[in-house]
Design a protein around this ligand. Structure first.
Ligand SMILES: Cc1ncc(COP(=O)(O)O)c(C=O)c1O
Length: 358
């Protein structure tokens, strides 16, 4: 059975798993939070509609200017993409015919975009015996052989966070050897204090990728950006499509930066649901990876039952993120995005029932 490589789109998963989807599905396989976009998106929808007929700004304004203000960087240090996913296609072109170091398991788009450009991939494998933490001595060993090193912080799928001093140590190891790409797609769930962006001035070989789709629930609009030196930005966008960012995304995204209360509410809810879920997993003898993000990975007390558990949850309308496509997790772990309190309660209820029956 070949299951989809990504979370979300649960109907595709049911189709590939050979199951008929029940009428009531909760999708824990995607990491977008459950509150929907900030209120202004709905309130301003009529104004946004007016943008549909016109070509958008080719520099993704007004978004780019607002991103520059939010991060305190000059506009020439930012390029805006049709989601962070598009930026990974630009990066892969940058490293064409070169060698890139990846940490596995990881977001599968790193590998697929790099493979499309025939890049030689070197990998570091995170291991359960190290609590899935990155080992710096392994990084140091591999850096001599690569032109770029991709890191994800907090890491998807583990949720593990590297703090700024640790990131600085890694950035120093990379200096003079390779570029360091840090994917901060989920950093909003921790806070700007955990971002490496303020350190970029002293680390011009570091490239930061950000996404607007997770924190602001704009996955359908597609919006992400990259921050680096002006030279890197100009090289990255050399072959980018004109008007690559749609006008709705640029307008809605620009307003998102001022949504301080919304961000606080999302972080508080995701954290409180994560803590409740961790307590439940502990009480039922499951193993979980301590996460700083709005998702969590766990393993059953008997991992050999992972497949029937996954199928039983699907039957009950509970869509978990399988891990067959995450190297080293091999279907023996599950990732769940934090959803509403009610949805999380339903997940625990279904799990409880399954534990009773098995
Ligand atoms: C770690 C990571 N980076 C980047 C992305 C892509 O984000 P975007 O929706 O902005 O393309 C994802 C999407 O799931 C992700 O998990």
């Amino acid at each position: 059975m070949k299951l989809p490589e990504h979370g979300a789109n649960p109907h595709r998963l049911y189709e590939q798993a050979g199951q008929k989807p029940p009428s009531d599905i909760i999708d824990f396989s995607e990491n977008v939070h459950p509150f929907g976009p900030p209120d202004f998106v709905k309130e301003q929808w009529a104004n946004f509609f007016g943008l549909v007929a016109s070509y958008p700004d080719p520099q993704a304004e007004p978004f780019k200017s607002q991103a520059a203000i939010y991060h305190g960087v000059e506009k020439q240090h930012i390029a805006v993409g049709n989601g962070a996913a598009e930026i990974f296609t630009w990066l892969a072109k940058r490293y064409r015919n070169k060698r890139v170091l990846l940490v596995e398991p990881a977001f599968s788009e790193y590998r697929s975009t790099l493979t499309a450009e025939k890049i030689h991939i070197i990998e570091i494998n995170l291991k359960p015996e190290n609590s899935w933490q990155l080992q710096l001595d392994e990084v140091e060993k591999q850096l001599a052989h690569c032109d770029a090193f991709y890191l994800c912080n907090p890491h998807n799928p583990t949720g593990r966070l590297l703090d700024v001093p640790k990131l600085t140590e890694i950035a120093e190891l990379c200096k003079g050897k390779c570029e360091l790409v840090i994917d901060e797609a989920f950093i909003d769930f921790v806070g700007e204090h955990a971002s490496f962006i303020p350190m970029l001035d002293s680390h011009p070989h570091v490239i930061i990728v950000r996404s607007m789709t997770k924190m602001y629930a704009l996955a359908g609009l597609r919006l992400g950006y990259v921050i680096a030196t002006a030279d890197i930005i100009s090289e990255l966008t050399d072959s980018a499509a004109h008007w690559n960012v749609n006008g709705l995304a640029a307008a809605a995204g620009a307003r998102c930066f001022s949504e301080e209360t919304y961000r606080e509410r999302v972080i508080a809810a995701a954290t409180s649901e994560r803590v409740k879920m961790e307590a439940y997993l502990e009480a039922t003898g499951c193993t979980f990876i301590p996460s700083a993000a709005n998702f969590l990975c766990f393993q059953l007390p008997n991992p050999q039952l992972s497949e029937p558990f996954f199928q039983a949850m699907l039957k009950a309308g509970i869509v978990l993120r399988h891990t067959y496509s995450f190297k080293g997790m091999d279907g023996q772990w599950f990732r769940i995005g934090m959803k509403s309190a009610l949805a999380m309660e339903r997940l625990r209820k279904e799990m409880h029932q399954w534990f009773r029956d098995n």
